[in-house]
Design a protein around this ligand. Structure first.
Ligand SMILES: CCCCCCCCCCCCCCCCCCCCCCCC(=O)SCCNC(=O)CCNC(=O)[C@H](O)C(C)(C)COP(=O)(O)OP(=O)(O)OC[C@H]1O[C@@H](n2cnc3c(N)ncnc32)[C@H](O)[C@@H]1OP(=O)(O)O
Ligand SMILES: Cc1cc2nc3c(=O)[nH]c(=O)nc-3n(C[C@H](O)[C@H](O)[C@H](O)COP(=O)(O)OP(=O)(O)OC[C@H]3O[C@@H](n4cnc5c(N)ncnc54)[C@H](O)[C@@H]3O)c2cc1C
Length: 642
């Protein structure tokens, strides 16, 4: 099963080898539990480990393999980030995709050797979503052949970029490029922020940390202002766009090609979310098979809480989602790598499809991951609320994904643009022009669903039902939009009035893609036992998801009330079938105790003893009487007693 999850036997084996090596290297372990550290201590601890990794990484992993890097990162540095997180996740990808060969030769080897640390500085205090209204300017000075970076007012301060505040000395900065008074829109520039020797900010740069956040507190998200700060013309990233010395602008082959670093993260973060969901579920499911509370049959001893159907219903559909996200994420990464290769050689024809797909997936996956992790926390009762479970930290980190790389509603609306265009093709009789991901929009469906009507139909009737609801909602939302425009509404006003319906269409389309990716994967599996276990999980997935969106299929009679009862019964049936495999389905992800960082989710199940040990190690317990007591509470009580 690990081979299915991680992509191959070899990958699963490599993960085990890497975990085993890390287990033998105490210098790479947390020196104490992260929840007991201050933010400064955590940052220090993380930087300490990073420097060891820079020395020893080659002994542990193949540093050119992103999957191995990611695993090393999760084991050693953990989910809460590190001082170079953005360096690997966005700075290097931005340089790789957007810098010319000459620029790459100059900067990439230095970045890869970690001579410099970089980040991606785009979002500002006043604008994150609407890139067209960013306010930082890069004005070309023809006389000196330099760009002058400037922050005209407080809302133009860069705000949020990870590791910008304290760690990075370089950044890819996105600013509006102005040449001879003409604004060419946001463009990426390579900018040195700090002195390479002293690490002091360079003159003309204001920089710092934006303060503690809901999670990710090892990352120094920062602010950055420029006061007429000059950089050479050749610091504009020029793989796709060029500015000649005389100010001539050569436009890129696609207007949004400079957004590729964002698409990179959107494509890669899906499996990251799957891992966080599976981690939280692993903790909750293991704990649920240790925790005994109450009886189902009063004549029997107390049961493991995992025996309760409500507990299974809380956890198992999310187990199915974690697998589904992992499979859909793996497909998306493959597609991204393909499109990136094509883009580099000038073929930009697949960019719109990739953008639509990653926008929808990023939104649905992060939202459902958040839901699943929160349910996992609640499923652990009181101990889930303790930082000893570590689930709240996983939740805080995962939920950040709903906001970064494009706020979820906004990204769903991006997919909706693509769906509405596709609907227009269907309506104008040009269904043959639909791309493969939306081809179903042009296919006539049966009048009613055949779920439970055709024996042994596998998952086909389920997929058709998801297609039907997605198609119907897309065409309905598009009709609403076109109808308003026909009545004379301006395009943007009409769009806003339909946006809730449009986003519903985007979610349904994305959920269909996730179901199809799961079905595709299960169909490919040769090993009978693995196929059986995953088929059970897929049954649970399709029935649970369909029940969740049933109103869309009920409103036009595509599903009947009796079919709905059948679907509900299937959910209960598969909860029971999955129960014996539940812990194994999560243990198959092979998270080590080092990586999980959870007292509740320990592999050995020795929860109570270790919870007590953990509590005793709290800094508050170093002394029996705290100074808050001697200084305030004790005098208060004494005064009251007089
Ligand atoms: C030991 C070492 C450890 C190191 C570890 C290394 C591991 C390496 C492995 C990697 C693993 C990665 C895992 C991820 C883990 C995550 C870590 C967390 C890091 C957090 C990073 C967060 C970073 C950020 O948030 S950066 C800022 C992101 N900002 C945004 O996303 C802003 C959102 N806004 C937008 O994207 C745009 O403004 C948008 C799209 C909303 C609107 O743009 P615009 O106004 O320009 O366009 P429109 O007018 O709306 O549209 C015009 C047209 O263009 C189309 N379009 C838009 N974007 C794209 C695109 N990208 N591609 C193609 N087409 C695009 C749009 O659809 C329109 O098309 P139409 O045809 O006109 O409809
Ligand atoms: C943990 C974290 C890490 C980050 N790292 C980085 C980084 O490394 N580099 C970087 O540059 N940035 C980074 N960011 C910033 C992040 O990319 C933005 O916060 C994000 O893109 C959302 O933009 P915003 O803050 O402007 O939200 P807003 O756009 O202000 O969103 C507020 C509300 O308005 C709604 N809204 C906005 N526009 C529309 C619209 N057109 N239609 C409908 N609704 C709309 C949204 O849906 C939301 O409900 C990070 C953010 C976080 C939380």
């Amino acid at each position: 099963m690990a081979a299915q999850i991680w992509g191959s036997e070899k990958r699963a084996r490599r993960r085990r080898e890497i975990s085993a090596k890390i287990a033998q290297m105490p210098e790479l372990h947390d020196s104490k539990p992260l929840p007991f550290m201050t933010r400064e201590e955590k940052i220090m601890e993380s930087a300490r480990k990073l420097t060891i990794l820079t020395e020893k990484m080659g002994q542990i992993i193949d540093p050119t393999d992103p999957a191995e890097l990611y695993h090393l990162n999760n084991e050693v540095l953990g989910l809460e980030g590190n001082p170079m997180a953005l360096h690997g996740v966005m700075f290097i990808p931005a340089l790789s995709a957007q810098a010319s060969d000459e620029q790459q030769a100059k900067w990439l080897p230095r970045a890869l050797r970690r001579e410099i640390i970089g980040t991606y500085a785009q979002t500002e205090l006043g604008h994150g979503t609407n890139l067209q209204n960013l306010e930082t300017t890069a004005t070309y000075d023809l006389a000196t052949q330099e760009f002058v970076l400037h922050t005209p007012q407080i809302t133009a301060l860069k705000w949020w970029p990870g590791n910008l505040g304290k760690s990075s000395n370089y950044a890819v900065v996105v600013a509006h490029m102005i040449i001879k008074a003409k604004n060419y829109g946001p463009h990426p520039f390579m900018v040195q922020l700090r002195d390479e020797k002293t690490h002091e900010p360079l003159p003309g740069i204001t920089i710092g940390d934006i303060g503690p956040k809901m999670a990710y507190n090892i990352v120094d998200n920062g602010f950055l202002g420029f006061n007429k700060y000059r950089i050479p013309r050749t610091n504009l990233l020029m793989r796709h766009t060029k500015v000649e010395a005389d100010g001539t602008y050569i436009k890129p082959p696609h207007a949004k090609i400079n957004y590729s670093a964002m698409v990179h993260v959107r494509a890669y973060m899906l499996t990251g979310q799957a891992i966080m969901l599976a981690s939280a579920l692993n903790i909750a499911t293991r704990y649920s098979s240790v925790r005994r509370q109450g009886q189902i049959d009063k004549s029997q001893p107390e049961v493991k809480v995992l025996e309760y159907q409500t507990q299974q219903h809380r956890l198992f559909p999310s187990i199915a989602r974690a697998y589904a996200f992992q499979f859909a994420g793996a497909e998306t990464v493959k597609l991204y790598e393909h499109v990136l290769k094509e883009m580099k050689s000038g073929n930009v024809s697949l960019m719109a499809d990739l953008h639509a797909l990653t926008s929808g997936l990023k939104s649905v996956v992060t939202y459902q991951t958040g839901e699943g992790i929160e349910q996992a926390r609640m499923a652990c009762g009181g101990h889930g609320y303790s930082m000893a479970s570590y689930i709240s930290e996983i939740y805080g980190v995962a939920i950040g994904g709903c906001t970064y790389e494009g706020e979820n509603m906004v990204m769903l609306l991006q997919l909706a643009r693509y769906l509405v265009k596709s609907a227009a093709l269907v309506k104008s009789g040009q269904s043959s022009k639909l791309g493969p991901l939306v081809a179903y929009l042009g296919v006539k469906s049966e009048p009613t669903s055949l779920i439970d009507r055709i024996p042994n139909s596998g998952f086909t009737e389920y997929v058709k039902t998801f297609q039907h609801v997605s198609k119907r909602q897309t065409l309905k939302a598009a009709d609403m939009f076109f109808g308003l425009m026909e009545k004379g509404e301006k395009r943007e006003i009409a769009w806003n009035k339909c946006s809730v319906e449009l986003n519903r269409a985007s979610r349904l389309h994305t959920r269909l893609f996730i179901v199809e990716a799961f079905v595709r994967r299960v169909n490919e599996i040769a090993d009978i036992r693995i196929k059986e276990a995953l088929t059970d999980l897929l049954h649970l997935h399709v029935n649970y998801e369909l029940l969740d969106i049933a109103s869309y299929a009920l409103e036009d009679g595509f599903l009947s009330a009796s079919q709905l009862d059948y679907i509900r019964d299937q959910v209960y049936l598969y909860l029971g079938k999955i129960r014996p495999n539940a812990v194994s389905l999560l243990d198959s992800w092979e998270f080590s105790d080092i990586e999980l960082r959870s007292v509740l989710g320990r592999r050995d199940g020795n929860v109570y003893e270790n919870l007590f040990k953990w509590a005793k190690s709290s800094p508050l317990n170093k002394t029996d009487v705290l100074s808050s007591v001697t200084q305030y509470l004790k005098p208060m009580m004494e005064k009251a007693r007089l």
